[in-house]
Design a protein around this ligand. Structure first.
Ligand code: SAH
Length: 351
């Protein structure tokens, strides 16, 4: 099924055959500059609006919209028009910018035990239009607050590089038509080597984030099972090629899990991997957020700070990710799309 944000401009031109040629511009800018669906684009004649609405329905049905207490985080729960699968999108307002975290698959097949999406399993790939529409619908919400979207992170449900062609088509649309530059787009991967290689061949230098979580194979395979297929040496080699080709610093993401990957030894092993790259990889520490299917808690705030300090002493630039939206289960690793989630938000701070 083709939904509203799937067709290219050329494909829309075919749908508009027989109409005055300026209708294409009106429709395209209505959709990508003003974030409207055809029925709300007043410059189009009513009959055409009705035809377009029928032929190109939106792909996301809004089920729920939750806002954090202070209003800085909004989580959308959608059902896909095709197949009814649930997915989520998170919109985050900061003082100077707004970021949308988009899903790239309904569910995820990577089975990382500490991630709620991984615990729930895989449904299907999202189409380019279903990815782009998450940005558009978030931008529509942001506009009600007089805010614009500045950054897109492909860090929602799913593994972007297990759906690379569709993710790339979405990147091009977000870049070319919504107008967000490559340096404001970040693709996060669990470390799918062929996907990173594909990305290396793509023209735009988007930011690459790699969810590392462990810097030795045995532990990493326990936490991130795909490591068995793409072990650290191969992953690092592929990162080096990406860095060489794109010239954009790589980020390693590290969810700090109490007594699992937060020891001094872990910090030293991580620093060693970071320093193998030039420029050295930047580390983004994420204190583990609670999920229903994982017993271990996140590292205590004191341990997080000590781990960060140790990395810095070893010459590695590390930041700790601000925890957003835990009370609406919108934080990293908590996107389960309406699965029954019972969370004790204080769990991660219990030490
Ligand atoms: N599949 C991609 C995109 C998801 S990004 C990837 O793994 O990179 C979501 C980020 O949140 C990843 O870095 C993931 O490892 C991390 N994450 C997953 N579960 C988490 C949890 N419970 N607490 C903190 N971070 C978590």
């Amino acid at each position: 099924m083709t939904t509203l944000y799937d067709p290219t401009r050329e494909e829309i031109a075919v749908i508009l055959e027989g109409e005055a040629s300026y209708r294409l511009d009106q429709l395209w800018s209505g959709m990508y500059t003003h974030f409207k669906k055809p029925s709300d684009i007043q410059t189009l004649p009513a009959a055409l609006r009705a035809k377009l609405d029928a032929q190109l329905p939106e792909g996301l049905i809004e089920i729920r919209r939750e806002t954090s207490e202070n209003g800085d985080t909004v989580k959308f729960l959608w059902h896909l028009l095709e197949g009814n699968h649930p997915i989520e999108t998170v919109l985050m307002y900061y003082d100077e910018r707004a970021t949308v975290c988009v899903s790239t698959q309904a569910g995820c097949a990577m089975a990382c035990g500490f991630c709620a999406t991984g615990q729930a399993g895989f449904n299907r790939q999202l189409s380019p239009g279903e990815i782009v529409e998450q940005v558009v619908r978030s931008a529509r919400e942001a506009a009600t607050k007089n805010r614009r979207i500045d950054n897109i992170v492909f860090m929602g449900m799913g593994e972007p590089l297990a759906n690379e062609p569709n993710v790339w088509a979405a990147v091009e649309r977000i870049h070319g038509d919504i107008g967000i530059s490559a340096r404001h787009l970040t693709i996060s991967t669990v470390g799918i080597v062929p996907g990173i290689k594909a990305l290396t061949q793509r023209p735009l230098p988007v930011n690459l984030a790699v969810s590392l979580h462990a810097a030795r194979d045995q532990l990493r395979t326990e936490l991130v099972p795909i490591n068995e297929r793409y072990p650290l040496k191969m992953l690092m080699e592929t990162c080096r090629e990406y860095l060489f080709t794109k010239g954009r610093r790589i980020t390693f993401e590290w969810a700090l899990i109490d007594a699992v990957n937060d020891t001094d030894r872990d910090a030293r092993e991580l620093a060693e991997l970071c320093l193998q790259l030039t420029p050295a990889a930047h580390v983004n520490l994420i204190p583990l957020n609670p999920t229903p299917g994982w017993p271990t808690v996140g590292s205590s705030p004191g341990r997080v700070a000590a781990f960060q300090r140790l990395l810095r002493d070893l010459g590695v630039n590390a930041t700790t990710r601000q925890n957003r939206g835990t009370e609406i289960a919108a934080a990293c690793g908590q996107l389960a799309a309406g699965q029954p989630v019972t969370l004790n938000a204080s769990r991660g701070q219990s030490k």
